[in-house]
Write a protein that binds this ligand. Structure first.
Ligand code: PGA
Length: 257
């Protein structure tokens, strides 16, 4: 399967014009890269405008609501996202969890996204206070997030679990410039893949890494052979940096063949 790179623009940029310019620049740089799938997840108001300038790059969303339609002021459904061209939806990002999103909510969102036929990018990752206790503590934390977020998935529409991608993002590494060790990340990715087998029907999903990734460090994660791509925040706001990351991911996957 092709490696994946996802741009999580978060609450940036400030205008339609800037969003279009950034998307155009990324699209231009990505167009000739055949070995990596690129996704841009802009803020909701820019989804339509960004989609209009994308051709080789796919559209993502940063969040979703679980109900199909109705009186839910301020919310956006998976169906509405699909209507504007969204194919990937980030769910359970730690910045949303920090605003109070629980595993129960994440579970409902996951189901809604998958049943709409979209691909879910389910984010998991331990905070610093857990990580300092060691690998076993971090793994138990992530295991709990996976089990609770994916609860009942075996009984959902058959086959939809193939559309789950896991993004491992240690909370302390997000937006901090604090880089995690590729060996530790690979160990967690392996643990995630093993943990998911009994939760799903023996699914081995793609596992992305996110947390202060950039053009200089991304190859190190991919080279472990256990990381299938990157979920990129800060570095995705600079087209040249994001394109360089995509190129580096492609280069490593070419050498793996
Ligand atoms: P970062 O963000 O690359 O700025 O650390 C990653 C993310 O939040 O997905």
């Amino acid at each position: 399967m092709k490696k994946l790179i996802i741009a999580n623009w978060k609450m940036n940029p400030k205008s339609d014009e800037e969003a279009i310019a950034l998307a155009r620049a990324v699209e231009k740089g990505i167009a000739h890269l055949g070995g990596v799938t690129a996704v841009i997840a802009p803020p909701f108001p820019f989804l339509g405008a960004v989609h209009a300038v994308l051709d080789h790059t796919l559209l993502g969303a940063q969040d979703v609501f679980w109900e199909e339609s109705g009186a839910y002021t301020g919310e956006v459904s998976a169906h509405e996202l699909r209507e504007v061209g969204v194919r990937y939806v980030i769910i359970g990002h730690s910045e949303r969890r920090a605003m109070g999103e629980s595993n129960v909510v994440v579970n409902k969102k996951l189901r809604a996204v998958l049943e709409e036929g979209l691909t879910a990018v389910l984010c998991v990752g331990e905070p610093k206070k857990v990580r300092v206790k060691g690998t076993t503590a971090a793994q138990s934390f992530v295991k709990r997030q996976l089990e609770d977020s994916m609860k009942g998935i075996k009984n959902w529409k058959s086959g939809i679990e193939d559309n789950v991608i896991i993004a491992y993002e240690p909370v302390w590494a997000i937006g901090t410039g604090e880089e995690d060790d590729p060996k530790d990340v690979a160990e967690m990715a392996e643990f995630i893949k093993k943990t998911l087998k009994p939760i799903t029907q023996n699914l081995t999903p793609q596992v992305l890494y996110g947390g202060s990734t950039d053009a200089a460090n991304v190859a190190g994660y991919i080279e472990t052979g256990l990381i299938d791509g990157a979920l990129v925040g800060g570095a995705s706001l600079k087209a040249s940096e994001f394109i360089a990351m995509a190129r580096n991911i492609e280069r490593v996957s070419e050498t793996e063949k």
